[in-house]
Write a protein that binds this ligand. Structure first.
Ligand code: CDV
Length: 334
C-alpha cells in the first residue's frame, strides 16, 4: 500500500483585542504560515473567528452594528495575503471567520444572512470547502446575569450546509477526505458521526473557549474545561477513525481568558501534539492517513455494526424526554 503521509500544523493565535485591525491578525497568521512551512507543513489550521476578537462577547442592540466584524468577500483585500502564502508554500489552510452574505433564507426571501463560517483552501489558493457552524452556543438577548455575554445566537444563523466532507489533494497526498467542525460542534457526537459516515480522514476544527463557564449557576473547575474539550475531540477521532487538528485562540482577550491547549489527535484518540503557550504558536504532526484504516475496518466498521433502526431518537427529537417510571407489580409501594 502506498504511504499517505500529511504534515499538518495547528496555528494557535494569542488574543486579538477589539481595537486591533484585521491586518494585524493576518500579519501574525502569515508569520505562523512561514514558521509552519519551515517545518514542512502541508496544511495549516487557524482558529474559529480568526480575523477579529471573539466579538459575540460584545452586545450590539442593532445587529447591523456588528457588521464591521463580518467578511463580505473571501478572499478580501485583507485576507488575500493568506491565499498568496498558500500558493507560495504549496500549503492548504483552514480559516474561521464571520460571514455576511445576501442569499435566500428558507422562505426564499433574499436578505443579509450571518454565519460563523470556516473554509478549507487548497495549496493552489482555491476554496475547496465551506462549512457554517451548526451548534451555536450562548443566547440571543443581553443577559444581565452574565459577567461576559456569549451572543452567538444573536449574531449568527444556524449553519445550512450540513457537515460536508471532500476528497482533495493536499501536500503530497493525491486525495485526503477532509471535513470541518467549529468550536462547540466538537462536543456533539452526532456531528462527528455525520463526518465519519462520509469516511472523513482529517477534521479541521477551530475554537474560542473561555476558561470559565460563564453560564454555570454552580461551579465548574477550570481544569475540567480543557479536559472536556480534549475528551470530546479524542473521542470523536477514535469513534470515527480520523485525525483532528484542533486550534484555539488563547490568552486574555478583551479582558476574558480563553484557554489554548490546541491539539492534534490521531485515529486512536491519542494527542500527538499540544500547544504549551497562550500565544501565537505552531504545533505540527506527521499524520499517516493509513492509520484511519484500522478503526474503520474493525471496531467501527460502520457497514457491519451500525444499527440505525435503533437510533430513531437521534434525529427524531431534540430535548430529552422522561423515562417511564417503574411501579411495583400489583400496584404496591416500590
Ligand atoms: N465558541 C464556542 O462555541 N465556545 C463554546 C463555549 C461557549 C462553551 C465551546 O463549546 O467551547
Amino acid at each position: 500500500m502506498t504511504e499517505r503521509h500529511l504534515i499538518v500544523a495547528a496555528a494557535q493565535l494569542g488574543p486579538i483585542q477589539r481595537a486591533e485591525p484585521r491586518a494585524v491578525a493576518v500579519a501574525r497568521m502569515l508569520a505562523l504560515m512561514e514558521r509552519a512551512h519551515r517545518r514542512g507543513a502541508e496544511l495549516i489550521v487557524f482558529p474559529e473567528l480568526a480575523l477579529t476578537t471573539f466579538f459575540p462577547r460584545h452586545y450590539c442592540a442593532r445587529i447591523e452594528d456588528a457588521d464591521p466584524w463580518f467578511e463580505t468577500a473571501m478572499p478580501s483585500a485583507d485576507t488575500a495575503p493568506l491565499f498568496a502564502a498558500a500558493r507560495r508554500y504549496g500549503m492548504g489552510f483552514h480559516l474561521g471567520y464571520a460571514e455576511l452574505v445576501v442569499e435566500p433564507d428558507p422562505d426564499g426571501v433574499v436578505r443579509p444572512r450571518r454565519f460563523n463560517t470556516a473554509i478549507l483552501v487548497g495549496p493552489t489558493g482555491e476554496i475547496l470547502l465551506k462549512y457554517r457552524k451548526v451548534h451555536l452556543p450562548g443566547h440571543a438577548e443581553f443577559d444581565p446575569a452574565r459577567k461576559v455575554q456569549h451572543l452567538e445566537k444573536r449574531y449568527f444563523e444556524v449553519g445550512n450546509l450540513g457537515f460536508p466532507v471532500l476528497r482533495a489533494p493536499m501536500g503530497a497526498v493525491p486525495g485526503v477526505n477532509m471535513g470541518m467542525l467549529i468550536c462547540n460542534d466538537r462536543r456533539w457526537p452526532e456531528a462527528w458521526r455525520v463526518l465519519g459516515l462520509q469516511s472523513v480522514e482529517l477534521v479541521a476544527l477551530g475554537y474560542n473557549t473561555p476558561s470559565l463557564n460563564q453560564e454555570a449557576g454552580g461551579f465548574e473547575a477550570p481544569h475540567l474545561r480543557v479536559f472536556h474539550s480534549h475528551l470530546s475531540i479524542q473521542a470523536g477521532c477514535y469513534q470515527n477513525a480520523c485525525f483532528a487538528v484542533a486550534t484555539a485562540k488563547a490568552g486574555i482577550e478583551d479582558g476574558c481568558e480563553l484557554f489554548g491547549q490546541s491539539i492534534i489527535v490521531n485515529p486512536q484518540g491519542e494527542i500527538i501534539a499540544e500547544a504549551g503557550s497562550w500565544d501565537d504558536e505552531v504545533i505540527t504532526a506527521d499524520c499517516d492517513l493509513g492509520m484511519c484504516e484500522l478503526g474503520r475496518t474493525t471496531i467501527f466498521a460502520f457497514d457491519r455494526h451500525r444499527r440505525p433502526e435503533a437510533y430513531g431518537r437521534i434525529t427524531g427529537q431534540v430535548g430529552a424526554v422522561a423515562p417511564p417510571v417503574w411501579s411495583a407489580p400489583g400496584g404496591g409501594a416500590g
